[in-house]
Ligand binder design. Structure first.
Ligand code: HSE
Length: 307
């Protein structure tokens, strides 16, 4: 096999209460990447979009992820070449860097006859993610690779738990501003009170139970974040109004996608997701910044490879 084309989906990390430990994959949008084994040492990066991402492997999330894989291959493979066509805008909060890193390692693994396990791929891709956000976290990478809703119980050692979920419709608002994950992490408080910690882990447990029991009401009331949202929501214009309007239109709940600026709202049916979309549009039409607004679903497959 000479080359493989992979499609890596966008992802929603944190899922409101599960900072750094919960995420799910979206059916749309996704990035395309062609991966080849190369005789040239290291990772050669060709960008086929207008995002102007670094082509130096050590500065590029996909490059760093593949360098980690090359390290594990111990000289058996000289290098990889990737051709990246991104649709997921960097800095949008729907896992753009994770999609690049995941696409690269899944593609390379296909060319190596699936030498590495999915957990090992998550480990390589996390090295790439660390370049983008300044911290190793797998709550975008793991759902991108596995698909569906994922609990990252631990990063080290990697312990990834797929969580069954009922049908959910996701309304995504993407205000056209950029928030750098590294900066959105710096504004977080380093300490939390015991009271807030109790509230937060009760909601994480409630959300997991709600998903597994297909209990939409429990999912809705568990989508509460007392630790991260209060600080990060200040970075997103009219955030509180968007949330209020969405809940009034029937959304189960929702919040900031990853580190923002995208905001996601979950609904139990498509008609409600459309009402939520209309309600958000009404709020955002008055804000005066460009935005994308769309409805999608949870993608159960993760990165798709087409040989
Ligand atoms: N859990 C990470 C954060 C996701 O919120 O910083 C970044 O996309």
């Amino acid at each position: 096999m000479k080359e493989v084309t992979v499609y890596a989906p966008a992802t929603v990390a944190n899922v409101v209460c599960g900072f750094d430990i919960l995420g799910f994959a979206l059916s749309e949008p996704s990035d395309k990447m062609v991966v080849r084994i190369s005789d040239k040492k290291g990772v050669t990066i060709i960008n086929k979009d207008d995002f102007d991402l670094p082509t130096e492997a050590s500065q590029n999330v996909a490059g760093v992820a593949l360098l980690a894989m090359l390290d594990a291959l111990n000289g058996e493979v000289k290098g990889f070449e990737i051709e990246s066509t991104k649709t997921i805008k960097p800095g949008s909060g729907i896992g753009s860097s994770a999609a690049s890193a995941a696409a690269a390692v899944v593609g390379a693994n296909e060319l190596l006859n699936k030498r590495f396990s999915n957990d090992e791929l998550v480990g390589f891709a996390m090295c790439g993610e660390a370049v983008a956000s300044g911290a190793k976290h797998a709550d975008n990478i793991a759902p991108c690779i596995y698909g569906g809703v994922i609990l990252v119980r631990s990063n080290d050692p990697i312990d990834i738990i797929p969580i069954p979920a009922p049908p959910l419709y996701v309304t995504v608002l993407h205000p056209q501003i950029e928030i750098k994950t590294s900066e959105a992490r710096q504004i977080l408080k380093k300490k939390v009170t015991l009271k807030d910690a109790i509230t937060q882990w009760a909601n994480v447990a409630g959300l997991i139970a709600g998903l597994m029991k297909s209990d939409y009401a429990l999912i809705g009331r568990s989508l509460t974040d007392v630790i991260v949202e209060p600080m990060r929501s200040t970075l997103i214009p009219q955030y509180d109004e968007v949330k209020k309007a969405s809940l009034a239109a029937g959304a189960l709940g929702g919040g900031i996608s990853g580190s923002g600026p995208s905001v996601f709202m979950l609904s139990s049916d498509e008609a409600t997701a459309h009402r939520v979309e209309a309600a958000i549009k009404q709020v955002y039409d008055k804000v005066g910044i460009d935005f994308h607004l769309y409805i999608t679903t949870i993608n159960p497959y993760g990165v798709k490879a087409i040989v």
